[in-house]
Design a protein around this ligand. Sequence first.
Ligand SMILES: Nc1ncnc2c1ncn2[C@@H]1O[C@H](COP(=O)(O)OP(=O)(O)O)[C@@H](O)[C@H]1O
Ligand SMILES: CC(=O)N[C@@H](CCC(=O)OP(=O)(O)O)C(=O)O
Length: 290
Amino acid sequence: MEIKAVQKATILSQALPYIQKYNGKIVVIKYGGNAMKNETLKQNVMSDVVLLSEIGIKVVLVHGGGPEINYMLDKTGKESHFVNGLRYTDEETMEVVQMVLAGKTNKDLVSLINQKGARAVGISGMDAHIIEAVPYQAKGADLGYVGAISKVDGSLILDVLDKGYIPVVASVGCDKEGHSYNINADTAAASIAAALHAENMILVSDIPGVLKDPNDEASLISCIYLDDIPYLQQSGVISGGMIPKVECCANALHGSVAKAVIIDGRVPHSILIEMFSKDGAGTMFQRKEV
Ligand SMILES: Nc1ncnc2c1ncn2[C@@H]1O[C@H](COP(=O)(O)OP(=O)(O)O)[C@@H](O)[C@H]1O
Ligand SMILES: CC(=O)N[C@@H](CCC(=O)OP(=O)(O)O)C(=O)O
């Protein structure tokens, strides 16, 4: 018992400088649908979010909910079709995406945070023009109502933070004519993190990070420099949902976010380990080798 207490005190004393570094700073945490499938895991991640807020860190929670969208589409007999990790989104699919993300998933997370003693405000990228979208058109792909982000207005999020609430943001955007767009949640997190000049953007998934071999969880790449990314893409090391994730980490760093990481939400307190330990967790993205 005594040894455990000493170990805990040591961990806390080592964490103190990091806790001080983040005080009053903005951290954007993107919570992906794959890491929401398990209730215990969800509770753990939300407990960490609440703890960060309690110690004076301004946490912005941006969330996805891909598996839940799949489930609802399945129920209505609609098949999901992905191109480079992005869901082809026709009008019917868009309705389901909006219902799931801005409705069920958003409010479930808000409720969990509130139960843990903090105060969360659930919004979507459509509120107060947070995410202005245009049709996504990269590489000649027509993905229907998938949105690329043309502008972010972070003022509502800043107001919510200043009042001591935790903003919980669903990744749905809107164009100038008021049409809804389906935004990949990693993309939404990176653009919001850049607009708010966040200290850290943490993408929480259910994999250890970027793996050299996606079938081998022990093959974690713990640090990726921006210059390494084209090789990882061209060689096929990253595919599917990892493509937007890696692009987003690069965009966040280009957009003045100090640090971007992909971590494993299945590891208890992985967010705290990432932020408050020397070695961090998962895969960290850096501008250049120093
Ligand atoms: N090199 C890689 N390392 C890890 N995962 C990879 C890699 N390449 C492709 N992937 C895939 O990317 C997925 C993570 O993206 P995604 O499913 O969109 O997660 P989330 O829902 O958490 O945003 C992994 O489950 C894996 O199937
Ligand atoms: C365009 C696009 O693909 N949008 C995503 C939005 C949700 C999301 O990104 O959820 P995860 O974080 O759980 O993957 C989708 O429809 O699944």
